[in-house]
Each structure stands twice: as C-alpha cells, then as structure tokens.
Design a binder for this molecule. Structure first.
Ligand code: UD1
Length: 340
C-alpha cells in the first residue's frame, strides 16, 4: 500500500515515515522544505534502508499534486504539512488560512475525484482551549482557539468531517498533546527555525549554550509548583499511533463514512519546572532559567485521557519523560557535530 505523507520531512512527519517504512508501507513524501531540510531524507534512508519517493513542492500547486496522484496508486494520506508557529499565525492570519486550509482542500479534491479513502489529519489539543475537566477526553467541548494556527486546526477537522460524511470516506483526526524528543538513532528531531517558541527546543538550546537562559512563563498558576502543566508525548510513540490509526482505517472495509478522533498523550501532566529538572537529571547538564510573567494566550493545564486510543488502536505511550529528554540531547549533539 502506498501512503502520501505531506510534510514528511518535518518533525512528526519524518518519524512517522520511518514507522510506515518499518511496517512495509510504500511512502510518497510531498514537502516544500519550508520547515525541514533535505538531509532528513537521507537520514530516513540510513535508519530504514529504504528511500521514499520525494517531491519538493508546495501543496497549493494543484497541478503538481495531480501529477503525484497520476504517477502513484495512492491508498491513503497522512497530512502533516502546515504552518505551525502560534505567534507568527497571529501576524500573518491570511497566509496561515491559505497555507493550512488550501493545501488540505487540494488533497481532498484529489481524494474525491479518485475515490480514495483513508485520511489522517494532524490536529492538536489546542482545539479544547482551557478544558474544564482533566484529563481531557475526546468528548470535551471544543472551544475556539485563540490563535489563528489553532483555528486552522479546528476548521480543518470540520472540513474533514463534512468530507467523510458526504463522500463516505474514512478519516482519523489525531489530536496531539505536546510532542517532544528525537529518534533514538539521533538522526531525526525537531529543527526549530530561529528562536524556538516551544519549551523543549528552548531548553535544549539553553543547555547547549546557544541561549543564555530559559524564560519560564509564569510561576503563579494554580498547579503543583506554580508553572503551567502539559502532557509531553514522545515523538516516536506518537508516530506509532499514526500507523495504528491508518491500519484501523484500512481494515474497515465497510462502505460507511468513518470519523475517528483520538487524543494522543501520555495521560500525565508535567509542569515546566518538572520538565527542566527532568532534562537536567536525564542529561547531567544545567539549564539556567529565570521566572517571567505569563505568556499571553497560554492555558494553565492540559493533559490527555488516552484511553480511547488504547482501547481502539491498541496503542499507548511507552516512553518516560526522562527517556524522551535524553533523546533530545543526543539530537543536539548530532546537530553540533553536523554544524562543526
Ligand atoms: C503550543 C501551542 C499549541 C501547539 C503546540 C505545538 C500556544 C498557546 N499553544 O502549545 O497550539 O499545538 O505549541 O507544540 O502557543 N514555556 C516556557 N518558556 C518557553 C517556552 C514555553 O515557560 O520558552 C512554557 C509555556 O508557557 C507552556 C509550556 O512551556 O506552559 C509549553 O509551551 P509550548 O512548548 O510552547 O507548548 P504549548 O504552549 O502547550
């Protein structure tokens, strides 16, 4: 079976491509290299011994996308390609709506005319906003996210539900909590452009001396130590969930529409300070930090109830926070060696 992976050289995409290849899927990657680099393709080959087909273009180029569908018998798609910087999305809303939604719609047009099913969408726990009840299950009410990025995720979900129902197709919406970590080989990981916004890449760069100090955004939240709490999920565990979700869609041979939605997290909440301490312990390094005021738009606490994924996908997160953070440091060492 051949799976189109858009954004397949990106952070979660590249890890998922490895898992797909390890499970004997053929993979066709479309990635415009806007937030990824070509060497990742070689590293995927080094890890798996297989080289996926790769097309470097922007999914808004409809005519190029049609050529990919003409050239390959595509059986499904995992759609990672999207702009994802929360702050930037507020400054460039039209670009975010265009990039994230037009590319999704272009793929769905191909699916529609060619009668293809099996679509997996990268969504985010951001669709729940600050949920009222922890842990968060899939029935928690959706709240309009503050960021344009978050809104594109919520709109994307809605487009897909309407698509599945109207054309009797099968889709899986995966709502990620906070993905962290790198491949155990040390050859794949997150490549933040410029100054990282997300916590773990910033911690990594601070430990490496690239940044002077981590700013902890707020220590007066009503949590165990005053810092905000999130559910940090190891990226390889997350990648495996995509394969499980895809297999479930493929195995369902009924002609009915399928809309699966899963929260992908560990079920455990960790505070910012706990992450910093775990990173220091795992890697025997120091992470200097200062306490600052809260970051606008941040929520207090979010962690998943992952029981539905466990029950229906036979999947659960297996890797501890400390172990995940150890892989992050290995990745930084790889990047240091590459840049020297
Ligand atoms: C953010 C996005 C979310 C997106 C996710 C992708 C917002 C409001 N949400 O989630 O929509 O899906 O990234 O991974 O931006 N922190 C610091 N110092 C830092 C960086 C972060 O203290 O330098 C804290 C934050 O305040 C937060 C926690 O670390 O409490 C995690 O932050 P981050 O990694 O940016 O993820 P989220 O904000 O949860």
């Amino acid at each position: 079976m051949t799976i189109l992976v858009t954004g397949g050289l990106g952070y979660i995409g590249s890890h998922t491509v490895v898992e797909l290849l390890n499970n004997d899927f053929e993979v066709v990657i479309v990635d415009d290299l806007s937030n990824s680099e070509r060497f990742i393709l070689n590293n995927i080959q080094e890890i798996t011994g297989k080289k996926p087909v790769f097309y470097p273009f922007d999914l808004r180029r409809k005519e190029l996308l049609a050529q990919v569908f003409d050239a390959h018998q595509i059986d499904g798609c995992i759609n990672f390609a999207a702009s994802k910087a929360v702050g930037e999305s507020q400054l460039k809303p039209v670009d975010y709506y265009e990039n994230n939604l037009f590319s999704l719609i272009n793929i769905l047009q191909e699916f529609k005319t060619r009668e293809i099913s099996n679509f997996i969408f990268s969504s985010s726990c951001t669709v729940y906003g600050q949920a009222d009840v922890m842990p968060i299950d899939e029935n928690a009410p959706l709240k309009m996210p503050e960021s344009v990025y978050g809104k594109t995720k919520q709109m994307g979900e809605q487009i897909l539900i309407d698509f599945a129902k109207a054309y009797h197709r099968k889709i899986s919406v995966l709502r990620y909590f906070n993905p962290i970590g790198a491949h155990p080989s040390g050859k794949l990981g997150e490549l933040p452009i410029g100054v990282p916004d997300n916590l773990v890449p910033y911690v990594m760069q601070t430990a490496a001396g690239i940044r002077e100090k981590l700013s902890i955004w707020g220590d007066n939240y009503p949590t165990q130590d005053g810092t905000a709490v999130r559910d940090y999920i190891y990226v390889v565990d997350l990648a495996k969930a995509h394969v499980a979700a895809l297999k479930k869609l493929i195995e369902d041979t009924s002609a009915e529409a399928v809309v699966d939605t899963y929260n992908l997290g560990t079920g455990k909440g960790s505070s910012v300070l706990e992450v910093v301490k775990a990173f220091e312990k795992a890697n025997n390094v120091e992470v200097p930090y200062k306490i600052c005021s809260r970051r606008e738009g941040d929520i207090t606490i979010a962690y998943a109830n992952p029981e539905k994924a466990e029950r229906e996908l036979n999947w659960k997160s297996e890797t501890s926070l400390e172990e995940s953070l150890r892989t992050v440091w290995e990745w930084q060492k790889y990047l240091n060696a590459r840049n020297s």
